[in-house]
Design a protein around this ligand. Structure first.
Ligand SMILES: [Zn+2]
Ligand SMILES: [Zn+2]
Length: 279
């Protein structure tokens, strides 16, 4: 069994509309690539901040700008017009855990992917609102990022922890802390171990300036030793990226002894043996 449960039916550009992309014909394009690559288990996980209901949770200017669509229409579309699992990618917003829980629990998702894209009001992976212009050192940003990741796991809001070392997204374009990075991973690992959350192995980092899988091998090793199961995804925002570069992900998984992948239904998790399909 192969999975790709972190998919977006549209690019992140604000002018990529729901009407244009939440269509059976677009889903069919994702299915076709998945089939070619031997991926049977597909799920969609749109960004929560693109839905108006997210403004009950957080009113960051970036969210206010993006919150255009109705989340229940998205859920209805996926359930009634597709055979995809219904997921959502939700940011961890410290201090808004109860409001996020209300938003998530009122809908019948198959799974919720938790992401840390922001450190307080500053974005880790965008030029707008960038944490890298906030006067903080790389060490401070990395520490804050991994602390937040551990809190996100511990919050119990999420089934999967997305792109676990997203903070490296810029590669050498942003200053990197020196030396062994495990001192940062340590800041998240207790939360990951105690929560039982699944860890995402994502090929998206290969398509970013980092040009690496998320997470780094040493971090994945620590997560696996802490008992975390793995969810495998591409984080594709267009059909041709479904299952992209999975060969590299298989090598990483094999190197840390992972032979099973998570599958989710109505927020219950089971493990299926990893089968390399027709890749
Ligand atoms: Zn993300
Ligand atoms: Zn995503």
């Amino acid at each position: 069994m192969l999975t790709d449960c972190h998919l977006h039916l549209r690019p992140d550009e604000i002018d990529a509309t729901a009407a244009e992309h939440f269509t059976p014909a677009n889903v069919q394009r994702y299915r076709e690539v998945a089939e070619e690559r031997g991926i049977a288990e597909l799920g969609v996980s749109e960004h929560i901040y693109r839905f108006t209901q997210a403004l009950d949770v957080w009113r960051h200017p970036f969210w206010r700008e993006n919150a255009i669509d109705d989340i229940d229409e998205y859920c209805r579309f996926v359930r009634e017009h597709t055979d995809l699992r219904l997921g959502i990618e939700a940011d961890f917003v410290p201090g808004a855990e109860d409001r996020m829980a209300n938003l998530l629990q009122a809908r019948d998702f198959d799974y919720v992917i938790g992401s840390v894209h922001f450190i307080r009001d500053h974005a880790v992976d965008m030029d707008d609102y960038s944490a890298w212009n906030s006067g903080r050192s790389a060490e401070e940003i990395w520490r804050a990022y991994f602390r937040s990741l551990g809190e996100a796991a511990r919050s119990g809001l999420f089934d999967i922890l997305a792109h676990p070392d997203l903070v490296k997204v810029w590669g050498r374009e942003r200053p990197l802390p020196e030396g062994d990075l495990r001192r940062y991973y340590e800041l998240a690992i207790d939360g990951i171990a105690e929560s039982g959350i699944a860890i995402e192995v994502s090929t998206a980092g290969l398509r970013k300036r980092a040009q690496e899988l998320y997470p780094a091998p040493a971090f994945l090793q620590m997560c696996v030793e802490a008992g975390a199961p793995v969810a495998l995804s591409s984080d594709a925002h267009r059909p041709q990226d479904v299952g992209a570069d999975y060969e590299q992900a298989f090598e990483l998984l094999d190197s840390v002894g992972v032979s099973e992948l998570c599958v989710f239904e109505h927020r219950r998790r089971r493990l299926e043996p990893l089968g390399a399909g027709v890749l």
